[in-house]
Design a binder for this molecule. Sequence first.
Ligand code: DSN
Length: 406
Amino acid sequence: MISDERVAQAIKSEEERQQNVLELIPSENLASKAVREALASVFTNKYSEGYPHKRYYGGNEFVDVVEELAVERAKKLFGCEHANVQPYSGSPANLEVYAALLELGDKAMALSFSGGGHLTHGSPVNFSGRAYHFIHYSVDPETEQLDYDAIEALAKKEKPKLVLSGYTAYPRQIDFKRFAEIARAVNAYSMADIAHIAGLIAGGIHPSPFPFTDVVTTTTHKTLRGPRGAIIMCKEALAKKIDKAVFPGYQGGPHENVIAAKAVAFGEALKPEFKDYARQTVANAKELASGLQGHGFRLVSGGTDTHLMIIDLTDKDVTGKQAERALDAAGITVNANTIPFDKRKPWDPSGIRLGTPVLTTRGMKEKEMAGVALFIAKAVESIGDEAALNQIREQVKELCSRFPTE
Ligand code: DSN
């Protein structure tokens, strides 16, 4: 019970918003009540700099229990040799890996931002791009998919110290084995940022970066359906470097309430039903993608193998921001997104990105995806027509009422 009335009212309104809209932002999900209870637990009161049984503060006997549980479950879930569960979120986790493995100014290779890379993959507006010398590969202009031969040739030419795979807006499967081979051939570390697809990997529906990849980062709140936060996994040989870079290199006191919630989420993901969730998330995305194509939308790379897709709105004469706003008015939440080689700026790019993790958590299946595709098509056609958008919003609300968020 929250006694602060204004905060309590905002939380209640947010609960209603989440219930009444189709949440299609592919990096979001609905954490379980058990995860949220752990987040709100008394572990938020505790300082615990250091690692289990080697802390700089007293009174950590129960903190050690949850942190060891989170580590043990992460290792089991992903089949990795070492896991650090302390990173506050995905962005610091990536910077911690660079700090562990690179010297300032060292060369690293990653996918360009417009091709689907993340800001922390060396964007010039991010600290990663100022501190390290990032060379960016892009997707093939024709297929809009990764061209492994071209990436290998670039790696051989540039000789980076780290080759990064794993993306924030790439709808296709990633060949982590090939990436590890490319990195090994030039004596570089292989790193994968699996934030978007971690739940699909844990659920066995996307190939794993293990045992090939040296270091893997992931957030815990996307397809993995845990609390907002991140972890770093690596080969045992790199464990000390990674741990030191996280603490004391980058972070202070770990957020043990979040770590407790990560332990709960990993426990949930280890259950057999999580495999069904991952499978259904991808099945729903494929169905939504083909529904959208049926309504005349062009999808980047021609479709999806994962939970997400990107619509290129160029031929509709609509910008990403205009579509995002119209869809918002219709009760459908998406984000404007760059398309490969986008001629527009990231604030108002040429595409929108959408995905199915939240709708699948709510229990929606292929049958509902056809309806969702139709709502999207009608809303994009109705830009500027408030009455039509409101009408769609009512229909969206009716669909949502059949799939409670709790
Ligand atoms: N902001 C996240 C996303 O939406 O993909 C990446 O960190």
